[in-house]
Design a protein around this ligand. Structure first.
Ligand code: G3P
Ligand code: MG
Length: 252
């Protein structure tokens, strides 16, 4: 069957995050050098309404700062070191803005932008991100995703031709996203890997949606999912995925 957009077989999750600090330019550029066809990244809005790339709700795990991110302006994020927690080799790496990522790898890679304003769902993040995608003319290279269905409805309003994938929490916790997804105009579903079965893949495909599965770093699980017919996986390790998949879509 023809699925609605020609996205690749795997996404480097938070960049090549097995080999470089997640969600940094170093991790995204490394993913490109490792021949990943696509990256995934997590975006949030600063207090002065700039879009930054950061996963957590606090600074503690991935920077040399500490405390919640809520209320901080861009300048406060830019002072931080987002590399040395991973290794000294990456000392001085910054939390990037989405503009910087688009400038650096936007023409080289497909980009899954996960809208992660889960602590402040009405903050206008999706509006700002849609405007940036337009500004950089990346409507055909970006895929939006979120655990929060309303974010995807907002991006559809601005950029109806840019694909949307609904993220689904594991197991029973995913009931809300599964329910909302039934009523939405989506091009992909993003389930947790352990929840994927032959039947779930068949159901998603029958709705004309790609199945893109997070987050898979085990080669045997990559093969299990390929056998079930999933369309793409998210992985921290592009080199491992390249041993399993050809980026243009042929299972090797
Ligand atoms: O988009 C796949 C995956 O990134 C979702 O979970 O917590 O890693 O952003 P998380
Ligand atoms: Mg993510």
């Amino acid at each position: 069957m023809t699925l609605p957009f020609p996205f690749p077989r795997f996404y480097a999750h938070r960049g090549a995050s097995a080999h470089a600090p997640e969600n940094t330019l170093a991790a995204f550029e490394l993913a490109a050098r490792q021949n990943a066809p696509a990256i995934e990244l997590d975006v949030k809005l600063t207090a002065d309404r700039r879009v930054i790339v950061l996963h957590d709700q606090t600074l503690n795990r991935t920077t040399n700062g500490s405390g919640p991110i809520r209320g901080l302006p861009l300048a406060a994020f830019r002072e931080l070191d987002a590399g040395s927690w991973f290794s000294n080799e990456f000392r001085g790496e910054k939390i990037p803005t989405l503009d910087e990522v688009f400038e650096t790898v936007g023409k080289k890679l497909h980009i899954n932008v996960e809208l992660t304003n889960y602590a402040s769902p009405w903050d206008g993040l999706a509006d700002e991100v849609a405007a940036l995608v337009k500004k950089f003319n990346l409507q055909n290279r970006v895929l939006f995703s979120s655990f929060f269905p309303t974010n995807l409805q907002i991006t559809r309003k601005y950029l109806p031709g840019t694909p949307r994938g609904q993220l689904v929490l594991p197991g029973a916790s995913g009931w809300w996203q599964r329910l909302a997804g039934n009523f939405m105009d989506l091009q992909a579903e993003h389930p947790y890997h352990a929840d994927v079965t032959e039947e779930s893949v068949r159901r998603s495909h029958s709705r004309g949606r790609r199945v893109q599965v997070w987050t898979v770093n085990d080669p045997q699980e990559m093969q299990r999912l390929a056998t079930l017919g999933v369309d793409a996986i998210f992985t921290d390790n592009p080199l491992l995925a390249l041993q399993q998949f050809h980026p243009t879509g042929v299972l090797e």
